[in-house]
Structure formats: C-alpha cells, structure tokens
Design a protein around this ligand. Sequence first.
Ligand code: NAD
Length: 495
Amino acid sequence: MTTHSNQPTPVPANLLQRDKAVYINGSWHVGGGGPSHLAFVDPSKATTFATLIPGSVEQVALAAEAAARAFGAWRATTGAERARNLRAIASGLTKRKPDLVALQMLNNGKPRFEAEIDIDDAIATFEYYADLAEGIDGQQGQTVDLGDTALAGSTYFEPLGPVGLIVAWNFPMVTTAWKVAPALAAGCTAVLKPSEFTTLAELIYGDIASEIGLPPGVLNIVPGGADVGAALCTDRRIRKVSFTGSNATGSRVMAAAANRIVPVSLELGGKSPIIILEDADIDQAVEIASAGIFFNCGQMCSATSRLIVAASIADEFAAALVAKAKLIVVGGPDNPDAQMGPLTTREQFDKVTSVLNQARTDGLNCIAGGAADAALGGFFIQPTIYRDVPADHPVWRNEIFGPVLAIRSFRTVDEAVVLANGTDFGLAATVVGGDKDTAEAVARRIDAGHVWVNTPQLIFPNTAWGGFKASGIGRELGPWGLAAYLGVKHMTRAA
Ligand code: NAD
C-alpha cells in the first residue's frame, strides 16, 4: 500500500496489542516481567495508545540459552546462506514499510518524511550486510607467509558467539538494524533488548524472523527496562554487548562487561560542533545548520548543537537562521505540513523544558524559541537558538537531546577548532565553507568519528559510525560494523 498523503495511516491492531511480546527460540511468549506494564505514548497528544507486559530477568536467561544453543549451527552456515536470510529480512521490512512508518509516526511523533527515512535506512542496512556476509567466505583461510617452508599460516574470521544488543528510542528500527544485520552476517546469534519507550516497532523483527524461517534462537527479543538490559550484560552466555544509549548507562554496561572480560561496542552521546567559515554560502549554511539541530526534533546523538560561526558573518548568519527557525512548522503527524514533531518521551520533554527554564534564569541570549509549544498539547518544543553562550554554560557543554542550538563566534580558524574540540564528546561534526580545501583541512582537525563538509547529515551503510572520546567505543556500519562481531583466528600448521 502506498499513500500520497502526509497524514498518518492507522496502525493495524495486531501490532499494537501484543499479548505475547517476548520472542525466544522462534516463538512468542507472555512476558514474565512487571508488575508494571510498558506503556507506549503518542507524544503529539501525551496519551497512551498501547501497553504490554515486559519480559523478565528469567526470560533473559532463556533467551541467552536459546541464542547459545542456536550458535553452533548458525556459525556453521555459509556467508551466502546468512546473506539469504538478511535479504529476506530486508524484504520483510519492505513489505511492512507502511505499517512501520505509521507506527514510527504514532510512537515517536515523527513527520512522515522522517519515518520513511528510518525504514529505508533499516532496509538498506540489511541489504548491505547481506553483501558483506557473502564476501566473508572468500576471506577465510587467506595465506600468511611465515618465511619458513616447513610451516604454513592462514587467517580466519570467527563469530564471537551469542551477543546482547541494547538500543535507545530515538531511531527505533535503525539503530537495531545497525546491530542485528552485522551480528547475524558475522554468524553470531543475538538477544535484542529494545527501548522500553519504542518497543512495538522492534517486535516486528520477531514477526519477520518467524515468517522467513530464520532458525529458532538466532534472533531473540526481550522487551523491558533497565532490569532486562542489566541481566543481558551479566549473562554468562553472552559473549559481547553492543549498546546504544546514554553515557550514564553505557558506563554501567561497560562495568558489567568488565567484570566478565566481555567486549563492548558503545554508541553514546554527543555535543557535536558545526563550524561556519567566513566564506560560507549563508543560505547553504542555514539549511545545513537547521537540519543538523531540528531534524528528529534534535533527538540525534549526532545533533550539531554547538554552532561556531566566523565573527565577520555572525550577525547576518544568525538573522537568517532565526528567520528559518521561525518558519519551521511544528506539529504532530496529523498535521500534513509539520516539519518538526514533538519530543518522543515525557521524560525528555521534562528534561528539555528544565534546560530552557535554566537558560532563562541564567539570562542566556535567546534569539528564537526558548519554550515549550504549550498550545499544541503533547511534548512540543519551539525550535530554540541561543547566541553567545558562555563556553562553561551547560547549554554549551551538555547533551540536551532536543531542538536547542547554542551559538558562539570565532575570529581565527585555530580558535574555531579549539572551541569545536573543547568537549568530552567526539561523535560527529559539520564544516561549511566556500573554499573546499580549507573546509576539508578544518574537518581533518576535529575529533569526531564522522564529519560532513558542505552537506547535511547523510549516513550510508558503508560509512563508519561511532565516536572518539566519550562518544563511544568501536564503530558501527561499514566493514568495521561487521568486524565488531568477528574475532581473528590465526592458524599455523606443518606444511
Ligand atoms: P538510555 O541509556 O537511557 O537507554 C538506552 C537503553 O539502555 C534502553 O534500552 C534502556 O532500557 C537500557 N538500559 C537502561 N539501564 C540499563 C542497564 N543498567 N544495563 C543495560 N541496559 C540498560 O538512553 P536513551 O535515553 O534510550 O537514549 C538517548 C541516548 O542515546 C542519548 O545520549 C543519545 O546521544 C544516545 N544515542 C547514541 C547513538 C549513537 O549512535 N552514538 C544513537 C542513538 C542514541
């Protein structure tokens, strides 16, 4: 089914009422967790539209056991066989795209165009790792010259084992695809723990696994909150944990893994810079800066939330950006003109509004927005911009995870680079400038895992994703995302 309207389409009832929401060993089970149910909220109306019973700590153990039992047969499959399964998952997502888009709009408050980008990204990720899975077979047993005719050496890449995958709520389906696809491609089996705020879309991976005949136990899903996530990190059968979320939780995940000497991949927060050089095209800079902070209502780990602009163009640029921000149509998915939706959770709304209140108390120079959009109901925030924010103020230093931009200006490029790198984070960055070589030279000096030069935040499955410094450990996507689930084995033998 295709739709030509931006209006939300109804989500089928079977996707909202899940009496059995725990997927273990290829079948659905009633959650053993609680006592409270997980509640799913429409953030544009602040109303609950569905609930489900979460999984229990005991069910985490059952899921880990299922993943451990399935591992032997799954690792023995060829890369080509695994690729067939990944392509079937991509087809399953494609078939369900209208329902998934509708669910993302309902549960995350995303405008249709944003929800569609998410699902397309998830599909592309499974297709990309299908290709890489096929390539693995040809890379096995490559010869290493040991310089001794009596000996022969070769290298193999082995899956790490059953893995625990824990994700956040801002891009459900996407961050999950970035983990499930490479893990399964590598030959690992998995237990997935979706965010407690956006579980329903992720459960569709279980529906697809059953539909395509993925061997039982290869992918298991246990919904729940911190207790379920923590249990996954400590289960002795889980041989790696890949986590996307906040730094506070990432630190707990890493500590739990450290106790068992289990590797982790951590995709954490950011406070990413965008540098606007003196020779930048103002219109282009405004478009890129606006998308970098207002897409997904600013709930992006990669949000370029610290804007560093050349002092000579700062007034002209700020005026143009404010004009753009004021034109952004804020609204729920039922507003076909909406360009920016609400924040996704009440917790996030409370956090962002308290930052705005603090900024007001501290007398920050607010040049756009600065408050919740109370008239709309729901968790709406006005696109907000502060200028000349002191470098020691929390609005400049801390991840806000909302549509809140802080601006400072610079006189020399060296000063801009020092400002850009003056953060504990290092996830992403953007540079906008007229002279391509100068802009690229600045990009090279920024501590960030992904830098965009004169483009919006485009992400492709074959490019690396991950952070320097406190933004994380390891890389997702590209061949690095696959390597995160493989161990290197060297074989030395008598020739
Ligand atoms: P969060 O840390 O609160 O939760 C993330 C996940 O961890 C959830 O599934 C949660 O249930 C689980 N969890 C909670 N306590 C746990 C514990 N003790 N052990 C194991 N798991 C536990 O983060 P969030 O609010 O869902 O997401 C927002 C954060 O995620 C932001 O900081 C954002 O920057 C970050 N993020 C990073 C990336 C990236 O690619 N670097 C992508 C998306 C989001």
